[in-house]
Design a protein around this ligand. Structure first.
Ligand code: GRF
Length: 206
């Protein structure tokens, strides 16, 4: 790698984390990066229009009842055609196939609205609320074959108050997600850069 890292973002819905990432990249808060493409598995995802407004290429690759591996192959091909270095899942409501994970191993990030390893899976804010935890938050982690179980990159905490509803709690967590994702992305890119410099150095010394 990597003069300017090319980021692919996968969404399924409103895309507020995608927008937060795209804006952070555009404003230079994530250095040496650009958003190469936004891909949605849902034609109606509201985030698509917001990406287009920002001049970002968008693609819809619908699952349409196809097997996961076939759908994922199409997504991976589209990402590779655009020389994607790193994939960010941002409200992408599909579990990735092993083939997808292998194609970008160590280069897929996800954001989850809880302090993992607590409350993986769906409705994390509701799970936190039902358990009566006093603190929850959000996590950016690497994606591996486990459900929301990959290595944690960064977290932020959010207090839960007695009069919180799932909606009010989700909104406060989301606010933190937007800042956290770009910070975590910057960390991962800085790491990849160091790895690539080290690899080049040991190539030239051998
Ligand atoms: C966020 O809460 C994220 O943590 C979870 O799905 C939600 C997506 O929201 N994975 P948005 O589409 O980014 O607005």
């Amino acid at each position: 790698m990597i003069e300017q890292a090319r980021i692919g973002i996968l969404i399924s819905g409103r895309g507020s984390n995608m927008i937060a990432l795209a804006d952070a990249v555009r404003e230079g808060r994530v250095p040496n990066a650009r958003v190469a493409v936004v891909i949605s598995d849902q034609a109606g995802a509201a985030g698509l229009a917001k990406a287009r407004e920002r001049g970002i290429e968008t693609l819809v690759i619908e699952r349409r009842g196809r097997p996961r591996t076939e759908h994922d192959r199409e997504v991976v091909d589209a990402l590779k055609e655009r020389n994607t270095d790193l994939v960010c899942l941002a409200g992408y409501m599909r579990v990735l196939s092993i083939e997808f994970i292998q194609a970008f191993r160590g280069r897929i990030l996800n954001i989850h609205p809880s302090l993992l390893p607590s409350f993986p899976g769906l409705d994390a804010q509701k799970q936190a609320s039902q358990h009566g935890v006093k603190w929850t938050g959000c996590t950016v982690h690497l994606v591996d074959e486990t459900l929301d179980g990959g290595r944690i990159i960064a977290q932020r905490t959010v207090p839960v108050s007695d009069d919180d509803t799932v909606e009010s709690l989700s909104a406060r967590i989301l606010e933190q997600e937007h800042g956290l994702y770009s910070e975590a992305l910057s960390l991962v890119l800085a790491n990849l850069l160091v790895e690539s410099i080290t690899a080049k150095r040991s190539d030239s010394e051998s």
